[in-house]
Structures are given as C-alpha cells and as structure tokens.
Design a binder for this molecule. Structure first.
Ligand SMILES: O=C[C@H](O)COP(=O)(O)O
Length: 248
C-alpha cells in the first residue's frame, strides 16, 4: 500500500541558520499524520536538519548527487557522503538541473543506479515544457524520460522509487496544472510502469505532482485517485504553509 508522500524542495533557499529556525518552528506545528513528510534542502543544511528532526517522522532529502563513488569532480557530492549523514531521499533529474546544469536522461539513469546501491530513495522528476504540451507531445516526452531514466534498473529497485510529475510550465509560475491534467499524466506514468515492470511493482511506486502546490490547492490535488503526493517548492519555505499542505 502506498503512503501519501509530501516533500518540500527548498531549491537554493535558506542558510543553515534559516534552516534551523524553520525546523524549530516546523517541529512545533508538526502533527503526526498518515502522510510521509520530507524536506529536500541545500547540501549545507542536511546535517543540521537531520539533527533538528531527530525523534520525529520528518525525513530529509538532498536535491542532487553525483554518480561516481569519488574522484576529481570539483563541486560534486557522492552518494556515500549523503549516506554518512543519514539522508533519506534524493531528488534526481529536476527540470532546473536538466535545463541549467546539463542533466540528461543518461546522467539521471547513472545517478538512480548509484542511489539504488544503498538506502537513499530517489525522487525522480519528469515533466514536459509548455511548447511540448502545446504541440501535443507531453505524453511522449514524459514516457520517453521514464523509459530512458529507468533503463537497466531492476524491478526490486523500482519499488523504492518516487516519481514526481512536474510540468515545467507550472513550476514557480503560479499556474498549476488542473487536477485533471495532473491526474491524467500520473495515470499515464503508472501505465508506463506497468508496461515496463508489471502491476505488482508499479503499485508500489509513489507518484507525486509538483508545480505551484500551495495550501489553497493541496486538498484538490491530493484527493485525486492517481496522485500519491506532492513535491512542493515555494510553499515549503514557510513552516505554516507547508504544514497546511501536509494536513490537506
Ligand atoms: O520541486 C518543486 C517544484 O519545482 C515546484 O516548485 P513550486 O512549488 O515553487 O512551483
């Protein structure tokens, strides 16, 4: 059975002091719900957040990782570095990384394989641009990303995967996909997983929607049949807003 999963993605926001202040306020507001909760923060905040959320159900995630074990890769962070501080999740293939930092389906695939060697669960982001949606290519694009990103990955690993459907045109724009649009694509992603891995495996995969999720639209999105959770950018920066979303 899939547990609803709502994760915040802080992107490049919050210094360590700001992260600790958030955590203190959020712990006060946080009520145990049936929703799994995580904050994906900048690398510099991960250790402090693990400490701040110790003894709670709140998980911590990174936003990127390198696929090599170690090496001369200036500025990069390895999976074992994240494992050492107990990181629970790691976003892979966010559209901002694909768009601004040269992330490709090939590097996403390598990162997923490396993460699946250990306990950190990947949150794989997929989604189409506005041009692609307008050209009726959204399903081809997302289906193609999933097939390429999961190339050569075992069914046993896929069961631990979280997929976030994030239409690029809905990220940080205030323009949310309609619940029907989000539902339709999340259903298509599930169907693609069934084709690749069968129903039993596909049933385990959590599929989130991301793109301008906020307290005002969280209930409607979370109540859709095919949507198991949300990946929340801007609204996860404020403890009260993020808690309202979790408490949808
Ligand atoms: O990873 C989160 C998404 O990019 C959504 O960001 P947003 O909620 O600010 O639109």
């Amino acid at each position: 059975m899939r547990i609803p999963f709502i994760a915040g993605n802080w992107k490049m926001f919050k210094t360590k002091a700001e992260a600790i202040a958030f955590a203190e306020e959020f712990r006060e507001l946080y009520k145990d719900t049936d929703v799994q909760t995580a904050i994906c923060a900048p690398f510099t905040n991960l250790e402090a957040l693990k400490e701040a959320f110790a003894g709670t159900e709140i998980k911590v995630g990174a936003q990127n990782v390198h696929f090599a074990d170690e090496g001369a890769f200036t500025g990069e962070i390895s999976v074992s570095m994240l494992e050492e501080i107990g990181v629970d999740f790691c976003i892979v293939g966010h559209s901002e990384r694909r768009q601004y930092f040269g992330e490709t389906d090939e590097t996403v695939n390598k990162k997923l394989k490396k993460l699946f060697e250990g306990p950190i669960r990947p949150i794989l982001c997929v989604g189409e641009s506005l041009e692609e949606r307008d050209a009726d290519k959204a399903f081809d694009v997302v289906g193609g990303q999933i097939k390429a990103d999961l190339e050569g990955i075992d069914a046993a690993d896929v069961k631990k995967l979280v997929i976030a459907y994030e239409p690029i045109w809905a990220i940080g724009t205030g323009r949310t996909a309609t619940p029907d649009q989000a539902e339709e694509m999340c259903a298509f992603i599930r169907k693609t997983l069934i084709e690749l891995y069968g129903e039993e495996v596909s049933d385990e995969v959590i599929i989130q929607y991301g793109g301008s999720v906020k307290p005002a639209n969280a209930t409607e999105i979370m109540n859709m049949d095919e949507i198991d959770g949300a990946l929340v950018g801007g609204a996860s920066l404020k403890p009260k807003d993020f808690m309202e979303i979790i408490d949808f």
